[in-house]
Design a protein around this ligand. Structure first.
Ligand SMILES: [Zn+2]
Ligand SMILES: [Zn+2]
Length: 341
């Protein structure tokens, strides 16, 4: 089969072709796994973190991609309730141990043996992949393959950050950053809590206009100080400035939820602007979002179908994966990027 593989950590600034098209044998599903014929795979900012070594794969070569849609092409002998040709999706959570205190308490995202699709196991930048059957999801009819793909990461992780923000009716909610995840979170909040105010902070004029179109009550620059403070703010940016700037807009007891697997180092010195009385005092708290659970993915897919959330997508062929990644790095973004395979 054809696969776009990553052979080592590299700098995208100097290497515009981090992935190599390679012909490799089709994987064979283990007893509890299914083989998926991949039809679409989303391109995520986390792939940049893997390629540039901020969250490096433990072994090379590896096939990236963790927003996978495809059809069941084979199944191991222990697999039940999944049929040939069923349409399924695979998200960031590839597997967890199923036995530790985290797995047993609904926090499989924190499992010490958590494996991520496309980093710790081969993902969907390929014609086929295998996954434990319990970590695949049915995809509702309403979505096409390429529309469903971005829901599996940006959407599912966005939904988890929404849950961790513990949003209640009547609250003011801030969103700093308005990319793939932010625009989905806005729609979740407006669906679940139509009367809540949502304030968006984004440095790009186009993103702010998009936020207003989707029903934001205000959209301004990342550094704005707003008159109505927020009960919670969700940060979906890859950098530090929005974190510091968001904290000043929190109410006493408010919470900042950071939805990022890694932060880039470029503006880390911005943290020196952190002023304790302005940004942290009054029991403000900061919480990170780590990975996702299968429940997050399932619940989000249902919500997305009932709203409905239909992502805007920009399609690329598998062999154009490097182009898609470089454009993502350069923030040339017109909807979620999806590889069609
Ligand atoms: Zn992702
Ligand atoms: Zn576990």
């Amino acid at each position: 089969m054809r696969a776009m593989i990553l052979n080592s950590v590299t700098e995208l600034e100097y290497n515009s072709e981090p992935l190599t098209m390679t012909e490799i044998p089709e994987p064979v599903p283990a007893d509890d796994e299914i083989l998926i014929k991949v039809t679409a795979c989303g391109v995520c900012h986390t792939e940049l973190d893997e390629i540039e070594g901020r969250t490096p794969p433990p072994l090379f070569p590896v096939i990236p991609g963790h927003q996978v849609i495809g059809r069941v092409a084979a199944a191991g002998k222990n697999v039940k309730n999944i049929h040939m040709n069923d349409r399924v999706g695979v998200a960031w959570i590839f597997s967890s141990c199923g036995k530790c205190k985290y797995c047993l308490s609904g926090q499989e995202n924190l499992c010490p043996e958590f494996k991520a699709t496309g980093r710790d196991a081969n993902g969907g930048y390929a014609e086929y992949m295998t996954v434990p059957a319990g970590f695949a999801y049915r995809i509702l009819e309403i979505f096409t393959d390429s529309q469903a793909a971005p829901l599996l990461c940006a959407g599912a992780v966005g939904y988890r950050s929404f849950r961790l923000a513990e949003v209640k009716a009547g609250q003011n909610i801030g969103l700093t950053g308005f990319g793939a995840s932010g625009h989905l979170v806005l729609q979740i909040i407006k669906y679940k809590f139509p009367d809540n105010k949502v304030f968006v902070f984004a440095r790009s004029e186009a993103e702010r206009a998009f936020a207003m179109e989707l029903g934001a009550d205000r959209a301004g620059d990342t550094t704005d100080k707003i008159p109505q403070l927020c009960d919670s703010i969700i940060d979906t940016t890859p950098v530090w400035k929005p974190v510091v700037e968001a904290l000043k807009n929190l109410k006493p007891g408010g919470r900042l939820v950071i939805n990022a697997i890694r932060k880039e180092e470029v503006d880390k010195d911005y943290l020196m602007k952190l002023d304790y009385p302005t940004h942290l005092w009054m029991e403000k708290e900061i919480r990170s979002v780590s990975n996702v659970t299968r429940n997050d993915v399932r619940e989000f897919l249902e919500i997305a179908a009932s709203i409905p959330i239909i992502p805007q997508v920009q399609e690329y062929r598998l062999e154009e994966a490097n182009t898609a990644l470089i454009e993502l790095k350069q923030r040339k973004i017109r909807g979620a990027k999806v590889l069609i395979i």
